[in-house]
Design a protein around this ligand. Structure first.
Ligand code: ASC
Length: 158
């Protein structure tokens, strides 16, 4: 009897903890969510920069660098980033600025689709790097850049 009551209390406490952990995870401080999604894009851009320069012939082509950078991009881009675009993060928060446009939340399905397209193009970029086919790698840089631009055009302030 006593044991069963204690078990119930323990279960209720565990459930309470789990519930508050979920609530916390779903809603970060706005400045934290914006910082995290900016870091996501920053790492992707820092790795994509040299690949764009290689595709244009501005710097010598390095299959090794292409493999490393595209692997970083694929790894980072595949993380669940959409929940960092939580409600209330459409404007600067404290010292943290955002270029996210309100259209993101007005046209969420399109935003989600464009983000997923980018993630798919980046995954392909890392795949094609493994073939060492420089022509295919350059072509996929183009397709990937297009997917970045398409979302920026609609959803990122200039
Ligand atoms: C980059 C970068 C972007 C995209 C975009 C592609 O390297 O920082 O935002 O490529 O310019 O069109």
């Amino acid at each position: 009897m006593t044991l069963s009551r204690n078990l119930k209390i323990a279960a209720a406490a565990a459930l309470g903890l789990a519930t508050s952990a979920v609530a916390y995870a779903q809603s970060m401080k706005p400045e934290d969510a914006i910082t995290a999604r900016r870091a996501y894009h920053r790492v992707i851009a820092l790795n994509f920069g040299p690949l764009g320069a290689m595709a244009k012939g501005d710097i010598p082509f390095s299959v090794e660098t292409f493999k490393t950078n595209s692997a970083r991009m694929a790894s980072v881009s595949s993380m669940p980033v959409l929940s960092y675009y939580q409600d209330g993060t459409d404007t600067d928060a404290g010292d943290v600025k955002t270029r996210a446009m309100p259209e993101i939340w007005l046209d969420w399905d399109s935003f989600k689709q464009k983000m997923e397209t980018m993630q798919q193009e980046v995954a392909k970029l890392a795949e094609v790097a493994q073939t060492g086919d420089q022509g295919a790698m350059k072509a996929q840089v183009g397709a990937t850049g297009k997917s970045c631009k398409s979302c920026h055009d609609d959803f990122r302030n200039k």
